[in-house]
Design a protein around this ligand. Structure first.
Ligand SMILES: Cc1cc2nc3c(=O)[nH]c(=O)nc-3n(C[C@H](O)[C@H](O)[C@H](O)COP(=O)(O)O)c2cc1C
Length: 173
């Protein structure tokens, strides 16, 4: 996958926008809504069957995606801030809610992410957190960054996925 060179151009996600995608168990895209296509800058055809990591921005710390996968694989919903990379190298911030959907017989059906606009204050706080996690990742490695992420969570009284999700939603006010 050739990655676009990141630029400082930020695309605005409007309050009414709901950016939706679905994936298989590995995170490969199986569905995107029209606003996802529009803001990403990719065609629908070039997104389908690609990993969601096509959107991965280099400013995102690995610890956030580790947290995401450790929880959604177990069927726990995750609410998390994500900076995404567009086809032209620009970016947009969202607050994503990622859920596992199951078939009536209880087997895995798909994952779905619904993404909304984020507030200026959430952007400021989360950018600073992610930058510090990324700095640790680069200087001391993935495990140290993961430990730093877990410390941030416990310092903020976050002890489980419910309190994580509530904390993230409250930050967006
Ligand atoms: C339903 C769903 C939606 C996802 N949406 C995004 C997204 O918008 N941006 C993103 O960078 N990763 C998203 N991911 C996480 C990616 O699968 C992947 O873990 C992440 O991009 C990190 O990529 P890497 O592990 O290859 O470094 C999503 C995963 C799932 C299951």
């Amino acid at each position: 996958m050739t990655r676009p060179e990141p630029t400082d151009v930020e695309y605005e996600v409007k309050n009414i926008d709901l950016i939706v995608s679905k994936s298989d168990a590995e995170g490969n895209i199986t569905y995107v809504n029209p606003i996802f296509v529009k803001i990403s800058g990719y065609s629908q055809a070039s997104l389908l069957e690609k990993p969601h990591a096509i959107l991965r921005h280099p400013d995102m710390p690995k610890a956030v995606f580790r947290y995401l996968w450790e929880n959604i694989k177990e069927g726990r919903d995750v609410v998390a801030y994500v900076k995404n990379l567009c086809a032209d190298g620009g970016y947009y911030w969202v607050l994503a809610t990622v859920k596992m959907a199951k078939n009536p017989d209880g087997t895995f059906r798909n994952y779905m992410s619904t993404r909304r606009a984020i507030s200026a204050s959430a952007k400021e706080r989360i950018s600073a957190l992610y930058k510090s996690l990324l700095d640790v990742e680069k200087s001391e490695g993935d495990e140290a960054s993961w430990e730093a992420f877990k410390s941030y969570l416990s310092e903020n009284g976050i002890s489980n996925s419910e309190s994580f999700n509530t904390f993230m939603k409250n930050l967006n006010k």
